[in-house]
Design a protein around this ligand. Structure first.
Ligand SMILES: [Zn+2]
Ligand SMILES: [Zn+2]
Ligand SMILES: [Zn+2]
Length: 353
């Protein structure tokens, strides 16, 4: 994801050691070149390990992706440059390419001074620090689309920088954690309406065959069987899903690995998510709409920002939404909605302007 010009802007020039020059891809996919769909499944792991180590040295990790390709994490720029040149493992022909999404990361910054600066300009100024995409979070209030001072930055490195320099300002970068993707057709997590193979299920009452729009029946959740709608933020299944995504991003592991970890750590709803939730600031839902991404924010009062997310129980209009369910979607430019994990206690002020 190179945007060519690595020059820093006039205001961000001298002081910053440009991250960009030190950024290099660290995750690589090794594919086996085979006419008969052979994978690494049939290759001795000793052989693979020795071949990789023998040609580029000890790497950080090597994993088998769904028993097909290998995912290798290198630990130096030199290895990064070497690995892409590999054509063979032992005598097995291979192709090596940087992983499509794992070599980037997303963070949220908050800066009132950038409120009226166009995102194109922000991107241009910050490219030199490894920023490859900038998206402003906007909220919809009384039918009006309002910009906020929150920006989602995509960085061209797997590791998120702790802070970034915007002109004379140093801004801290927080991990961006998208909300779980819920299908608007079957209401299950992990896929969108467009790829749904389930049946139309009411998000309010769980009956099949009708939409929730005009439904007035008793609330029931398809994902946890609880007495709330399937879009409720009080749903333990939603909270668990959220924690899996959070774990996946923070630990840079696959979705199945993260799920296993979360399920082994949180047999009940009572622990780590809740502690995270109390410290975190929930921003309102963002509909997937690359052109005018808007957040629906019915009543952004200060009190709602504390313990419970501001848009609990808000019906989400049916439109496809995206949240990561696999490595491939980790750095997708589209998100449904998001939640910020705050480091500092400034949450209440977040959306007040
Ligand atoms: Zn579905
Ligand atoms: Zn219904
Ligand atoms: Zn539920």
């Amino acid at each position: 994801m190179s945007y060519g010009g690595k020059k820093s802007g006039p205001f961000s020039g001298q002081q910053i050691a440009s991250n960009s020059s030190s950024n290099f891809p660290t995750f690589f996919i090794i594919k086996r070149v085979s006419t008969s769909d052979e994978s690494f499944h049939s290759v001795s792991p000793f052989l693979v390990e020795k071949a990789i180590t023998g040609s580029i040295g000890d790497v950080k990790s090597t994993k088998n992706l769904r028993s097909v390709d290998l995912l290798v994490e290198v630990q130096s720029r030199k290895q990064s440059e070497q690995i892409v040149k590999l054509k063979k493992i032992s005598n097995i022909p291979i192709t090596v390419s940087p992983h499509a999404t794992l070599n980037s990361s997303k963070g949220v910054i908050t800066c009132g001074e950038l409120l009226n600066v166009p995102t194109e300009e922000i991107l241009k100024e910050l490219q030199g620090q490894g920023v490859s995409h900038v998206r402003r979070i906007s909220i919809r209030r009384d039918g009006q689309l309002l910009n906020t001072k929150h920006l989602i930055f995509t960085f061209d490195s797997a590791k998120l920088p702790e802070n970034i320099k915007a002109g004379y300002m140093r801004l801290s970068v927080r991990t961006y954690i998208p909300n779980p993707l819920r299908c608007f057709k079957c209401q299950r997590f992990g896929h969108s309406k467009t790829s749904c193979r389930g049946t139309l299920t009411c998000a309010r009452c769980v009956e099949v065959g009708h939409e929730s729009t005009d439904c007035t029946r008793t609330e029931k959740c398809v994902n946890c069987q609880g007495e709330h709608t399937s879009f409720s933020r009080n749903c333990i299944a939603w909270k668990r899903e959220k924690e899996i995504i959070s774990t996946k991003i923070k630990k840079q592991i696959s979705y199945p690995e993260a799920r296993q970890l979360v399920n082994s750590q949180t047999p009940t709803s009572g622990n780590s998510y809740v502690s995270v939730a109390k410290k975190s600031f929930s921003a309102p839902s963002v509909q997937k709409n690359p052109d005018a991404s808007a957040v629906t924010c019915p009543k952004p009062s200060d009190s709602t920002a504390k313990a419970s997310p501001p848009i609990t129980n808000l019906p989400i209009p049916s439109s496809p939404s995206v949240a990561p369910v696999s490595e491939a979607e980790l750095a997708s430019p589209d998100f449904t909605d998001f939640q910020l994990v705050r480091n500092k206690k400034k949450a209440e002020k977040g959306f007040s302007n």
